[in-house]
Design a protein around this ligand. Structure first.
Ligand code: NAD
Ligand code: IPM
Ligand code: MN
Length: 369
């Protein structure tokens, strides 16, 4: 089997973590006789610098003609004063929109070997396994009209939170289908006590739920949800929410796992799947080879599952991450209080590759007897 993967390392720690995700994909392809053709392109700040735009045409065309896209992160302090449509982040929003994926899956799993690095107590986080399903192409991120009028003290800025029934239905279906394969519960998160978009969201989710009588549906307001996530994360199975709430709640959920560097994501439903860690370009640690590559590597695993239908290979990579954490290897962000050895980004990637090979060898040996 042959797949074309476009890689968009981007800015800050993006290239560092993407390199490790690539290394793992190469290991997987070597073991299983797959052929991955990688093609690297520019996005974000580096694209502004080298091509004058956050999403150059060549990058867009390469992504549209590939089987999947793996992205690192975008954003750099030197671009922080640009207007939204010229910033590195605009490149990310444009590629999301062009690829068409509307359901952004963000798993947040607490691994017992690194539970101690979470500021939350072990008995709170232990066993947490949440799948956040974030709507990715609607809401305030894309709603029109938007902009700033007037100047100085007379300036007025506005954004529009907009959702159609169709946009809510399609992402809700993804959440219910996912819950069916998990523990059978969807928590839909909105602000229906204040916002019309949320009222439509809630009504539509309730209607979709009628096709899934085997799945339990509950509703939470987003403010209360933020509290429950910290107080009792195990109450959640699938958490379904709109774009901005999902952005915020997924960074909050990272606290349960111990680090934002652990979180992966897959964006599905469009023409081409997009895979990116949840974290950003982390300028505070960029260039030091200390970033945690687990989120990027787990995003590559999600690519194997969702774009290539390689479930076993995906599960092996996820298990390899777990094994390496259990063996005591940690990047600095997940080291505090957990014991073990602090290693660099690249070594973490190498260890995960070794574990992927060991897991495959063990299965091979098992089937041989
Ligand atoms: P951030 O996610 O980059 O960093 C937040 C904190 O988490 C920092 O202290 C950082 O060091 C730490 N962190 C993040 N990823 C880590 C990893 N893999 N290993 C270890 N520590 C890690 O968020 P921010 O600082 O608010 O934003 C920085 C830039 O990234 C901004 O320009 C922002 O717009 C952009 N951003 C991009 C994406 C994306 O490309 N998907 C996501 C979020 C933020
Ligand atoms: C994320 C990021 C992006 C978002 C930014 C960089 C546009 O925070 O992927 O979580 O808000 O979606
Ligand atoms: Mn975010």
């Amino acid at each position: 089997m042959r797949f074309k993967i476009t890689t968009l390392p981007g800015d800050g720690i993006g290239p560092e973590v993407t390199a490790e995700a690539l290394r793992v994909l190469q290991t997987v392809s070597g073991i299983h006789g797959l052929r991955f053709d990688f093609e690297e392109h520019a996005i974000g700040g580096i694209a502004i610098k080298n091509h004058g735009a956050p999403l150059p045409r060549t990058t867009l065309d390469a992504c549209l003609s590939s089987d999947a896209v793996l992205l690192g992160a975008v954003g750099a302090p030197e671009h922080d004063r640009l207007p939204p449509n010229r910033r590195p982040e605009a490149g990310l929003l444009m590629i999301r929109s062009a690829l068409g994926g509307y359901a952004n899956l963000r798993p947040a799993i607490s691994y017992s070997s690194i539970a101690a690095c979470s500021p939350l107590r072990n008995e709170i986080t232990c066993g947490t396994d949440i799948l956040i399903v974030r709507e990715l192409l609607g809401g305030l991120y894309f709603g029109e009209p938007r902009g700033i009028s007037g100047t100085n003290e007379n300036a007025v800025a506005s954004n529009t939170m907009r959702y159609s029934v169709a946009e809510i239905e399609r992402v809700a279906k993804v959440a219910f289908e996912a819950a069916r394969k998990r523990r059978g519960k969807v928590t839909s998160v909105d602000k229906a006590n204040v916002l019309e978009t949320s009222q439509l969201w809630r009504q539509t989710v309730i209607r979709v739920s009628q096709n899934y009588p085997d799945v339990t549906l509950e509703h939470l307001y987003v403010d209360a949800c933020a509290m429950h996530l910290m107080a009792n994360p195990r109450r959640f199975d699938v958490l379904l929410t709109e774009n901005l709430f999902g952005d915020i709640l997924s960074d909050e959920a990272a606290v349960i796992t111990g680090s934002l560097g652990m979180l992966a994501s897959a964006t599905i439903g469009g023409a081409v799947g997009l895979y990116e860690p949840v974290h950003g370009s982390a300028p505070d640690i960029a260039g030091k080879n200390i970033a945690n590559p687990c989120g990027a590597i787990a995003s590559a695993a999600m690519m194997l599952r969702h774009s290539f239908n390689l479930e076993q290979e995906a599960a092996d990579v996820e298990l390899a991450i777990e094994h390496v954490l259990e063996a005591g290897y940690r990047t600095p962000d997940i080291a505090e209080g957990t014991g073990g050895y602090v290693v660099k980004t690249a070594e973490m990637g190498e260890r995960i590759c070794e574990a992927v090979t060991e897991i495959a060898d063990m299965r091979h040996a098992y089937h041989a007897v």
